[in-house]
Design a protein around this ligand. Structure first.
Ligand code: HAM
Length: 459
């Protein structure tokens, strides 16, 4: 039997109803903040993510689905690099070296393509490509699948879905202002509340400008030097390559050491500090609760200043329901002739739905009525009646004139219909129908014109 690929899954009813509900509330809320939808391609040039997300990140160095799109031109070094990426036996360092070689090759020939592991880089590319800034289109949202080759576990998939939004624009549009950060966070709090997600927790930090971060990285590297040998293998490696990521380590034995490391806040320049203070002041004034988490660093390289995550207790180890932050400088990195500061977030929709199920459970759609045509020629009458009722927003299931009454009752029961309506020759003639409530067993005769109202009221 062929099954869904590891890390992917089928979304089935009744869960799909919850997904649709989430997406419709999202669209409603985003609209009132004047966001408009963008849909970018599911695959992009590999270079976009290498440059945008960062070559040293886990996402780019380990988790991307990348292939060489020959188009008749075969690249040996590219193919070799791809083969090596598939080899799980070699060390991460070796793999990283090959990824670099591979990316160098992809710079020469732009035929390397990657399934998008996230959507921010794609949105910023589209923003630059279509000069969206000139058209005032600087508040964009997206809903769609992303792909990362991570080890699957509860709440972590290889194809997962994100709902994200980005505010981006020339500095003159105010896109750099702390007011934008606070507005986005307030929108998220509103959305989660509207959806009925309880007990979310907003974690906030500032990762400063790139100069701040470079300074802090040096300090961290020095602080880690005497203690790194006592830490896990990942931390030992990161202490050299990307010390900031050490703060993200989840290994319990490393926590006491990490708690003693210097805080990034103390290395921010005055402008970054002031920006952060203004974000938190606005949040306080609108009453959005948050916690400052000095260790919150995100797994993508483009972040500057504000970084945040919303977590939820019901999710276990993968407890980040969404993450985001500011990315001033990303547009220039991706070739924008003008600076276009931005800030955004992405919600893990799979996780959001899990948290919702925790709060409200699944609500399976149940038909209002099962129409049971009884006897030859009654399918036509039933089709007419079903059409009438559906146009009045009644969810109707249709039986078949060849069914015996017993079979119709059994089918209606299995589908969870609230009522069964019998449609025989007499009913068709008199335009009055026997309607039975399948829960209470009560049966009444109802004239055609009153049917929809009766079925809707559920009495
Ligand atoms: P991210 O933190 O990598 O950020 O992902 C955002 C959210 O996507 C996570 O908090 C999580 O809920 C969900 N997520 C990530 N990986 C998986 C997975 N394998 N399975 C299920 N859910 C997952 C970004 O992607 C940034 N582009 C967010 C952003 C937008 N920053 C600025 N603008």
């Amino acid at each position: 039997m062929i099954k869904a690929v590891r890390g992917t899954r089928d979304l089935l009813p009744p869960e799909t109803a919850l997904w649709n509900h989430v997406e419709s509330v999202v669209r409603d809320v985003f609209r009132t903040y004047n966001f408009q939808e963008i849909r970018t391609p599911i695959f992009e040039e590999t270079q976009l993510f290498a440059r945008g997300v960062g070559e040293e990140t886990d996402i780019v160095s380990k988790e991307m689905y990348t292939w060489s799109d020959h188009g008749g031109v075969h690249s040996d070094e590219g193919q070799q690099a791809l083969d090596i990426l598939d080899d799980t036996k070699i060390s991460l360092d070796e793999r990283a070296a090959h990824v670099r070689a591979f990316l160098a090759a992809s710079k020469l020939r732009s035929q390397f393509l990657t399934l998008r592991p996230e959507n921010t880089a794609g949105v910023v590319r589209a923003y630059i490509e279509h000069k969206l800034g000139d058209r005032g289109l600087n508040k964009l949202y997206y809903i769609g699948p992303q792909f990362r080759r991570e080890r699957p576990q509860k709440g972590r998939y290889r194809q997962f879905y994100q709902i994200g939004a980005e505010v981006i624009g020339p500095a003159s549009s105010g896109s750099e202002s702390p007011a934008r950060d606070a507005e986005l966070l307030e929108m998220l709090a509103t959305l989660l509340d509207r959806l009925g997600i309880k007990n979310w927790n907003l974690q906030l930090n500032s990762v400063g400008s790139s100069a701040d971060r470079a300074r802090y990285n040096d300090v961290l590297r020095k602080a880690l030097e005497p203690v790194k040998d006592k830490m896990c293998a990942d931390c030992q490696r990161r202490a050299g390559t990307n010390p900031l990521r050490v703060l993200d380590c989840k290994v319990p034995e490393d926590q006491p050491i990490i708690a003693t490391l210097p805080r990034i806040y103390d290395y921010l320049d005055d402008a970054s500090k002031k920006h952060f203070e203004e974000v938190t002041a606005i949040l306080e004034s609108v009453g959005v609760p948050f916690e400052i988490n000095h260790r919150l660093v995100r797994g993508l390289d483009y972040y500057t200043r504000t970084a945040f995550e919303f977590t939820h207790g019901a999710l276990g180890a993968q407890n980040a329901i969404l993450g985001g932050g500011r990315y001033d400088g990303l547009a220039e990195l991706l070739g924008s002739p003008q600076p276009a500061p931005g800030i955004g977030f992405a919600i893990g929709e799979d996780r959001l739905v899990m948290a919702l199920q925790e709060s409200i459970g699944d609500a399976q759609q149940k038909p209002d009525v099962y129409i049971a045509p009884l006897g030859a020629g009654m399918n036509r009458e039933a089709a007419k009646l079903a059409r009438e009722l559906r146009r009045q927003d009644i969810v109707a299931e249709l039986g078949d004139e060849t069914f015996r009454l017993k079979k119709s009752f059994e089918t209606a029961d299995k589908l969870g219909c609230r009522y069964i309506l019998i449609l025989g020759e007499n009913e068709a003639k008199s335009n009055t129908f026997a309607v039975k409530n399948l829960k209470t067993g009560e049966q009444v005769s109802i004239p055609r014109v009153e049917l929809a109202q009766k079925l809707r009221s559920g009495q």
